[in-house]
Design a protein around this ligand. Structure first.
Ligand SMILES: [Ca+2]
Ligand SMILES: [Ca+2]
Length: 510
C-alpha cells in the first residue's frame, strides 16, 4: 500500500510542473530563409512552404488575413511543430507594386505570433506593354508566343475571326491562323491581358501576306536557253532540245512552290526591229508571251532550304534520246546532252499543228495559263527574252487570268529597217509587277534595244553569247547562272549584270 501511494504522488508532481505558471506561453518560430527572415516568401506561381516552431503548450494556427492562404494543421500540442502554408497563384498585375501580403497566426495560450506571407515580383512591372510583330504566310498555320511565366491566368484577346487561340498555358500560347483566301494582306491585333484585365502585357501585330512566297525567297538560279548542240550538226535539235530552269529556295525555311508562275516576256528586246508601245505598261506590269504555273493548292510542292526545282523542256535524258511513239517527236541521242529525266516538272503544250511536244508520263506537266504558240514553247535560244517567276493572289485562277490580264490590242509603233509602222499587239498578256518574286533580263548586249521588264525588277541583264553578237554560233551549250556569296547563298541585288555569270557552263552538264 505504501509503495502504490508513492508512485501516485510522483505522477501528480510531474503534471503540476508542466502546467506551472513559472514557464510562460511561448512559440519560438523559425521562418525558412535567412536567419533574420521576418516574413515567409512564396512564389507568385503559388505553392507551399513549411514553418517550424517550438511551442510551450497546445497551439493553434489560422489564417488571420488573406483569403488566398491556407494553413494546416490547424492545431497541435507542445513541442516541435510544423505547419504548411499554401498560397494560390498570384496575378502580379492586379496590384500596383506587384506584391501582396497575408498573415497567419500561431497561438499558444495567451501568446500569439503573426507571420507575414508575401508573394512578390517587382520585375513583373517591366514586362508590361511589350509590343511584338509577327509575319505569317498566306497558307497560315500555328504560331507560338512566349508570355512572362508569372502572368498567371492571362487572357488572349483576338478581334479577327481568322485567328483563334489553339492553346494557352503558363509561359506560352499558340495562335492558329487560317489560310488567307483573299487577294490582300491583312493585319490583326492580338492583346495579351493580365488575369484581371488590369494590365496589357503584350500587343501583338500579326500580318498575314496574300502570298506564300515573298520576293527574293525563291530565285531563278539558272536558265539554260541555248540548248546543247548535236555533234553531227553543231546545232541543237530545233524542236525538242534540252532547256531548263533551276529555281532555288534561297531562304532557311521550308517553302512551297505551288502556284509559282514562270513567265516569258512577249516581245524581243534585241535585234533589228523593236516595238515602241503607245501606252507603256512596264512600270506596273511584266509583258508576257507565256505564263506557266506550278500545279498545287498550297503545300503540294515542298522546297527545302537551298533546294532547287528543276523545270525542263522535256523530262527526258537527252544523252539517250527519246521516241514518243507514232504521234510523237523523235529526239536523237546526244552524247553531250543533259539528263533531264529527273526534272520536277516539264512544260508541255498541247500542239495543234504538226510539231509535236513530248509529254513524258513520269514527269508532271506545268499548268499552262497562256502560251502564244500553237506548237512547242521553246525558250528563245539567242536570249532575246526575259524571264520572271511570280505568284498570283489565290483569287486568280488560270481562267480569270486569261480574261482579266489580256494585253492583246495594245497599240505600238514597229520600228523596222524598212520604216516605222503602226501595229496592234496580239497573243499577249500582262503580269502585275507586284506579283513578281524574281526576274532576270536576258539579251545580247551589243544589239539590245528595249527593256521588257521594269528596272526595279532587274536593273541589268545577262546573256549567253561569248562573242556578244546576234546569231552567235558559240552560244550553244552555255547557260546563265546566278553567283553565290561566301555564305553559300545565291546573290540577289535585282541586277543580273552583277548577280549572274553570263556564258556559263550549265550546272547539270556532267
Ligand atoms: Ca515540252
Ligand atoms: Ca509529262
Amino acid at each position: 500500500m505504501k509503495g502504490i501511494c508513492k508512485a501516485f504522488l510522483g505522477a501528480f508532481a510531474l503534471l503540476a510542473a508542466s502546467c506551472s505558471d513559472d514557464q510562460p506561453d511561448n512559440i519560438d518560430v523559425s521562418i525558412p530563409g535567412d536567419d533574420s527572415a521576418s516574413e515567409l516568401k512564396i512564389d507568385v506561381l503559388g505553392g507551399s512552404a513549411a514553418i517550424t516552431f517550438d511551442a510551450s503548450g497546445d497551439w493553434i494556427a489560422e489564417v488571420s488575413s488573406g483569403s488566398w492562404l491556407t494553413v494546416s494543421p490547424a492545431s497541435g500540442s507542445a513541442g516541435k511543430g510544423t505547419v504548411t502554408v499554401t498560397a494560390e497563384p498570384f496575378d502580379v498585375y492586379s496590384q500596383p507594386n506587384g506584391s501582396r501580403i497575408g498573415y497567419i497566426t500561431l497561438a499558444c495560450g495567451s501568446f500569439s505570433k503573426s507571420i507575414a506571407i508575401v508573394q512578390s515580383d517587382p520585375a513583373a512591372a517591366e514586362d508590361k506593354d511589350r509590343t511584338e510583330a509577327a509575319k505569317v504566310r498566306r497558307r497560315g498555320g500555328e504560331l507560338t508566343f512566349e508570355v512572362p511565366s508569372h502572368a498567371i491566368g492571362y487572357t488572349v484577346e483576338v478581334a479577327e475571326s481568322w485567328i483563334s487561340v489553339a492553346n494557352r498555358e503558363t509561359g506560352s500560347f499558340t495562335l492558329k491562323i487560317d489560310e488567307n483566301m483573299t487577294a490582300e494582306s491583312r493585319r490583326a491585333e492580338v492583346k495579351v491581358l493580365s488575369a484581371g484585365g488590369d494590365a496589357e502585357l503584350i500587343k501583338l501585330d500579326v500580318e498575314q501576306s496574300w502570298r506564300d512566297i515573298e520576293p527574293g525567297e525563291i530565285l531563278i538560279e539558272e536558265i539554260y536557253f541555248t540548248g546543247t548542240p548535236l555533234p553531227s550538226t553543231g546545232k541543237p535539235n530545233s524542236k525538242n532540245t534540252d532547256q531548263y530552269f533551276l529555281l532555288t529556295n534561297n531562304t532557311d525555311e521550308l517553302l512551297y512552290a505551288d502556284r509559282l508562275l514562270i513567265i516569258e516576256s512577249k516581245n524581243a528586246n534585241a535585234g533589228a526591229t523593236w516595238k515602241e508601245f503607245k501606252e507603256p505598261i512596264i512600270n506596273e506590269y511584266c509583258e508576257a508571251g507565256a505564263v506557266f504555273c506550278v500545279p498545287g493548292t498550297g503545300t503540294d510542292v515542298p522546297l527545302e532550304p537551298g533546294e532547287s526545282l528543276l523545270i525542263a523542256s522535256n523530262g527526258i535524258n537527252y544523252k539517250e534520246g527519246y521516241s514518243a511513239g507514232s504521234a510523237g517527236s523523235k529526239v536523237e541521242m546526244n552524247p553531250d546532252g543533259i539528263d533531264l529525266s529527273k526534272a520536277d516538272f516539264e512544260w508541255f503544250t498541247k500542239t495543234t499543228n504538226s510539231v509535236i511536244d513530248i509529254d513524258v508520263p513520269e514527269v508532271d506537266n506545268l499548268d499552262v495559263w497562256f502560251c502564244y504558240t500553237l506548237s512547242i514553247w521553246i525558250l528563245h535560244d539567242r536570249g532575246f527574252q526575259s524571264y520572271a517567276i511570280a505568284q498570283a493572289p489565290v483569287t486568280v485562277t488560270g481562267e480569270t487570268f486569261s480574261t482579266d490580264y489580256n494585253w492583246a490590242g495594245a497599240e505600238y509603233i514597229n520600228h523596222t529597217l524598212a520604216g516605222d509602222f503602226d501595229m496592234t499587239l496580239t497573243q499577249a498578256y500582262k503580269v502585275p509587277n507586284d506579283w513578281v518574286i524574281d526576274a532576270v533580263a536576258c539579251t545580247v548586249p551589243s544589239i539590245n534595244q528595249v527593256r521588257q521588264f521594269s528596272e526595279k525588277l532587274d536593273a541589268g541583264w545577262t546573256y549567253a553569247s561569248p562573242q556578244n553578237i546576234d546569231k552567235d554560233d558559240q552560244r550553244y551549250g552555255h547557260s546563265v547562272r546566278r553567283k553565290r556569296g561566301d555564305d553559300g547563298k545565291l546573290i540577289d541585288t535585282n541586277n543580273s549584270s552583277n548577280d549572274f555569270i553570263p556564258n556559263a557552263i550549265p550546272s547539270l552538264r556532267q
